[in-house]
Design a protein around this ligand. Structure first.
Ligand SMILES: NC(=O)c1ccc[n+]([C@@H]2O[C@H](COP(=O)([O-])OP(=O)(O)OC[C@H]3O[C@@H](n4cnc5c(N)ncnc54)[C@H](OP(=O)(O)O)[C@@H]3O)[C@@H](O)[C@H]2O)c1
Length: 347
C-alpha cells in the first residue's frame, strides 16, 4: 500500500466515499462536514448495521439509501470513513483496504498500531504520508485537550500534564445523548427513569467515565487512551500525564481543565499569544465578563475554545500553567478531524 511521494493519496478525485456508521452521532456530522467543506464526492455510499438497512439519509439534496455491510461493499470505494466502533473497524477496515480504499477510522481499533498514523492535522499532518491503508483519528477528549497545548510544547517542552475532562453525553453516541434527554425530561416531570445505556442516572448528575478500569493503574480506558495517544501524537513517549475523565450532563462538546509543567519558565501572556496564533484554536479568556470556554459556545463550531490561562500557583518555579478548554467532540474530536485528514489524501 501507499507509503511514498504521492502514492499515499487517494487513487482518484473526486473519490467514491463510503461512510461506515452513517446513522450514528459521528456519521451525521461526517455528512454535514463533507457538504459544508465542499469535499469532492463522485459517489457516496452509506453503511450501518443491518438494523438501519433501507433507511435513507439526505446528502446534497438526494436521499441516499443505507446498506448493511457485505463482503463486496467496498468495491469501487476510494475513501472509507469509519465511525462504527472498534469491533466493526477491526472486522471491516481490512476488507476496505483490500478492496483498494484508504480508511480513516474514528474508533480506537488501530490507534496504537505503529503502522497506523494517529493524526491531528494541526499537530502532525506530516504523519499522513506514511500510512499503510488505515489512518486513525485520536480519542475525542485527547484531541480537544491537547491541540491547544501543541504550540506550547513546540516552544517549551511540556514534561508533565494533568488533565480533568468534563465529557458530553453525545461522546457516548446517539443512544447516550437520547438517554440524557429522556432522563432529564423524566426528572423534571417527577417521573422515574431507569438508565439503560449508561451505568448511572444522568440527569443533574455526573459520573466517572463508563469504560473499564485497569486494576493495575486504576485508570479507565478513556484515561489510558488520553495518556497513550497524547504521547504518540506529540511523538514524545516521556511526557508524564495524569488524567481523570468524567461524564457530565451536557449534550455536546467536551471540556477539560489542564495544568502543564514545562521545561522552562512560561508566561501566561506568551502562552495566550502562541495559542491565539495556532490553527484550530480560539482564545475566549475574559476575566472581567467572566467569559471563558463553555460547551454551549463550542457546540457546532470547528475551533477549540481556550481560556482561563493562568499561572499554576502550586509551582513557584514559574514553569507551570493552568487553562480550560471546550471543543465540539463530534466535530473536531471526530468527524471534522477525519475530513481534515481526508483532505490531505486528495490527489
Ligand atoms: N460520539 C463521539 O463524540 C465520538 C468521538 C470520537 C470518536 N467516536 C467514535 O466514533 C465511533 C462512532 O461513535 P458514535 O458516537 O457515532 O456512535 P453511535 O451514535 O452509537 O453510532 C454507531 C454507528 O455504528 C453503526 N454500527 C453499529 N454496529 C455496526 C455494524 N456491525 N456494522 C456496521 N455499522 C454498525 C451504527 O448503525 P445503527 O444505527 O444501524 O446501529 C451507527 O451508525 C465509535 O468508534 C466512537 O468511539 C465517537
Amino acid at each position: 500500500m501507499p507509503t511514498q511521494d504521492t502514492a499515499y493519496r487517494l487513487r482518484q478525485s473526486p473519490p467514491t466515499i463510503g461512510i461506515v456508521g452513517a446513522t450514528g452521532a459521528v456519521g451525521g456530522e461526517l455528512l454535514s462536514i463533507l457538504s459544508e467543506r465542499d469535499f469532492p464526492v463522485r459517489e457516496l455510499r452509506l453503511f450501518a448495521s443491518p438494523r438501519s438497512a433501507g433507511k435513507t439519509l439526505p446528502f446534497h439534496g438526494h436521499d441516499i439509501g443505507v446498506e448493511a455491510l457485505r463482503g463486496d461493499s467496498f468495491n469501487g470505494v476510494d475513501l472509507a470513513l469509519f465511525s462504527a466502533g472498534s469491533g466493526t473497524a477491526r472486522e471491516w477496515a481490512p476488507v476496505a483496504v483490500r478492496a483498494g480504499a484508504i480508511v480513516v477510522d474514528n474508533s480506537s481499533a488501530f490507534r496504537m498500531n505503529p503502522a497506523a498514523p494517529l493524526v491531528v492535522p494541526e499537530i502532525n499532518a506530516a504523519e499522513i504520508v506514511r500510512h499503510d491503508g488505515i489512518l486513525s483519528v485520536p480519542n475525542c477528549a485527547a484531541i480537544i485537550a491537547i491541540t491547544p497545548l501543541w504550540p506550547l510544547h513546540r516552544r517549551n517542552r511540556i514534561r508533565r500534564m494533568i488533565v480533568s475532562t468534563y465529557q458530553a453525553a453525545s461522546g457516548g453516541g446517539a443512544a447516550a445523548l437520547a438517554e440524557l434527554i429522556a432522563a432529564t425530561r423524566a426528572h423534571l416531570a417527577g417521573d422515574s427513569h431507569a438508565p439503560r445505556v449508561l451505568p448511572h442516572p444522568y440527569a443533574f448528575n455526573l459520573f466517572s467515565h463508563d469504560t473499564p478500569i485497569d486494576p493495575t493503574t486504576g485508570h479507565n480506558d478513556e484515561e489510558t487512551k488520553v495518556i497513550n495517544e497524547t504521547r504518540k501524537i506529540f511523538g514524545d513517549p516521556d511526557i508524564r500525564i495524569g488524567v481523570t475523565c468524567v461524564c457530565v450532563p451536557v449534550q455536546r462538546a467536551h471540556s477539560a481543565a489542564v495544568t502543564i509543567e514545562c521545561e522552562r519558565r512560561i508566561d501566561p501572556d506568551e502562552a495566550r499569544a502562541l495559542i491565539a496564533a495556532a490553527p484550530g484554536c480560539r482564545i475566549v479568556d475574559d476575566p472581567i465578563a467572566n467569559h471563558f470556554p463553555m460547551p454551549n459556545d463550542a457546540t457546532g463550531i470547528d475551533d477549540i475554545l481556550v481560556g482561563r490561562i493562568r499561572r499554576d500557583l502550586s509551582d513557584p518555579s514559574g514553569h507551570s500553567l493552568s487553562l480550560f478548554v471546550a471543543g465540539d467532540q463530534l466535530r473536531k474530536g471526530a468527524a471534522l478531524n477525519a475530513v481534515q485528514i481526508a483532505e490531505h489524501l486528495l490527489p
